[in-house]
Write a protein that binds this ligand. Structure first.
Ligand code: NAD
Length: 289
């Protein structure tokens, strides 16, 4: 397939490279020259504008920073410029309202579009092991699946347009709150004189068990190897966790959903980020407790 790829950053760079490896012709665009240079090294053709990149393609994939940019790229340079038969896939993490707005604008112009945000970080993007949560019609999902299968491990249809973003932010709100809760449980255990490995051995087999404990333990030397064992470098940056918590709070506000735990997690991550820790893995929040 001929696929346009817009946004070749930390995530998009690896995803575009994996589409090339899967045998697709990738027509790439980014505002940053170093991102374009890396894409060329990985076998993509690069273009000076989005409008040129989307000429004659069968699909457009985007991996961009936020909803405002996604809206302006699609309304200004993709809709009306890519062939009408092209399937549009936005894999960025953006607010639900913007995802629905862009999906509706695409539909109004005769395009099929899915929102397909990802779970998994840069390593999963490079390794082709991302999980995609997809919002869109059954037909659009069916068309998107073979493309996403080439760059991910798991592809799930979450529902209609915007449902992929909804699933993503609900999941990450739960993750942020559970990481704070896991961290405070370990710190309390320590202050009560418990050996932390012993607490892990008990709680990981008891009702407190959760992913933040058994797959991503915030305590160095306890549980599997995680960013905690690497000075909280790599992993999922605090700034990105804060971004997702803000999106979750905005969506909760839109529908009047009470999210007290999510709100508290957002406050804690906001303070942690403001103290200069945005680049640290989000499990480093344990250091504040
Ligand atoms: P990034 O900042 O590394 O990459 C974004 C790229 O978009 C940059 O190369 C930038 O130059 C480009 N860009 C910005 N405006 C553009 C425009 N108008 N046209 C073309 N290119 C433009 O960000 P990232 O880490 O790759 O994240 C991308 C998306 O993936 C975000 O929505 C993020 O929330 C989401 N995400 C990231 C991770 C992660 O671990 N990094 C994990 C899951 C989801």
């Amino acid at each position: 397939m001929r696929i346009a790829f817009i946004g070749l950053g930390n995530m998009g760079g690896g995803m575009a490279a994996n589409l090339v490896k899967a045998g697709h012709i990738v027509r790439a665009f980014d505002l940053a020259e170093p991102a374009l240079a890396r894409a060329r090294e990985n076998g993509c053709e690069t273009f000076a504008t989005v409008r040129e990149a989307v000429q004659g393609v069968e699909a457009v994939v985007s991996m961009l920073p936020n909803g405002g940019i996604v809206k302006s790229v699609y309304s200004g340079d993709v809709l009306g410029h890519a062939p009408k038969a092209a399937l549009l896939l936005d894999c960025s993490t953006i607010d639900v309202a913007s995802a629905r707005e862009v999906g509706a604008a695409a539909l109004a112009q005769g395009y099929a579009m899915v929102d397909a945000p990802v779970s998994g970080g840069i390593a999963a993007a490079n390794g082709g092991t991302l999980t995609f949560m997809v919002g869109g019609t059954d037909a659009a999902f069916a068309a998107a699946q073979p493309i996403l299968d080439a760059i991910g491990k798991t592809v799930i249809h979450a529902g209609e347009s915007g449902a992929g973003q909804a699933a993503k932010i609900c999941n990450n709100m739960l993750l942020g709150a559970s990481m704070v809760a896991t961290s405070e449980a370990f710190k309390l255990a320590e202050r009560l004189g418990l050996d932390l490995q012993t607490f892990y051995d008990i709680s990981s087999k008891a009702s407190g068990q959760c992913w933040s404990m058994t797959s991503y333990c915030p305590v160095p030397g306890v549980g599997p190897t995680t960013p905690a064992d690497n000075g909280y470098q790599g992993g999922f940056a605090t700034a990105l966790m804060l971004k997702d918590l803000k999106l979750a709070m905005a969506a909760a506000g839109d529908v009047g959903a009470p999210v007290p735990m999510g709100h508290l997690a957002e406050e804690l991550y906001k303070a942690f980020d403001a103290a200069g820790n945005g680049g640290l893995d989000f499990s480093a929040i344990i250091g504040t407790l």
